[in-house]
Design a protein around this ligand. Structure first.
Ligand code: OOG
Ligand code: MG
Length: 267
């Protein structure tokens, strides 16, 4: 795609996000859009957010579990960027007012204290990681009905990023084996999704390693201070007004989200 088309599509996605409205998939208009084009559109979209005062705080990996790849009918892990405006907290009721068709999914997050740049060993990556915690991601696609998009469409749309919430309990990575922790997500006290953390790339740490590799391929580093979401262990579930979501990750802790009553779009 031409540079002006990259910028134009980033603006179209940004407007859809701001106006809380669905659009047709971009590959209908640009059937030759490559994955490289898509990451450039994602970059341009993030630049628009940063220009209006948001701050980049990390990255998210997506499609790192089979459950998610099957749900979205896409087969390759991808990454997106997180900004401070996307972080919500457990204490404040989450409003669906700014979402088109929000879904929630159980994740594990890493906190990075040292920049990771260039090819790095597993040990170097572990050393750069100051903490690990339970997390949930609230997805929202800008595309019609949250489906029938291709890999370049979803990457261009910053991998359906919308909001995320982190547990206050943060553990040291050296104190835990991350490859087989039970993750249980409840809605109003009833288990709605349950899986082992091994569903996330075999071990969520592998998602972090893969992110570093993907960033390196694009000439980028993972900055100190980054939050990294490793990807969902299960399929995402539609988020409904007035519900209470609670994710518990064995040995790691819990994180909750209360969804406000005041607004509900057609889910
Ligand atoms: C793409 C984003 C996937 C995950 O955790 O796998 C993702 C989507 O499902 O729309 O965030
Ligand atoms: Mg996710």
């Amino acid at each position: 795609m031409e540079k002006n088309e990259i910028l134009k599509t980033a603006k179209i996605l940004n407007e859809a996000t701001m106006e809380i409205r669905e659009i047709e998939r971009l590959t209908n208009t640009y059937p030759n859009m490559s994955l490289d084009d898509a990451y450039l559109i994602q970059d341009a979209g993030i630049a628009i957010r940063l220009a209006r005062g948001e701050r980049q705080v990390g990255f998210k990996m997506g499609l790192t579990s089979k459950a998610k790849r099957d749900q979205m009918n896409l087969n390759t892990p991808i990454y997106g960027v997180l900004t401070d405006a996307m972080q919500v907290n457990e204490e404040t009721a989450f409003s669906l007012k700014y979402s088109i068709h929000a879904k929630i999914e159980p994740e594990i997050a890493f906190l990075i204290s040292k920049e990771i740049k260039g090819p790095s060993s597993r040990d170097q990556i572990i050393e750069a990681c100051s903490g690990v915690c339970a997390a949930m991601e609230i997805l929202d696609s800008r595309f019609l009905n949250f489906k029938y998009f291709s890999l370049p469409d979803v990457v261009a749309d910053n991998c359906s990023s919308s909001y995320f919430v982190l547990s206050h309990t943060v553990k040291k990575i050296s104190d835990l084996e991350l490859d087989n922790l039970e993750m249980n997500m409840k809605v109003d006290g009833e288990t709605i999704q349950k899986a082992s953390s091994k569903e996330i790339s075999g071990n969520p740490l592998n998602s972090l390693i893969q992110l570093c590799e993907m960033l390196h391929t694009r000439g980028l580093a993972l900055p100190a201070g980054s939050i990294v979401l490793a990807g969902a262990a299960t399929q995402a579930v539609p988020l409904k007004a007035g519900t209470q979501i609670l994710l518990t990750v064995e040995n790691l802790g819990s994180v909750g989200l209360r969804v406000g009553m005041e607004y509900e779009r057609n889910l």
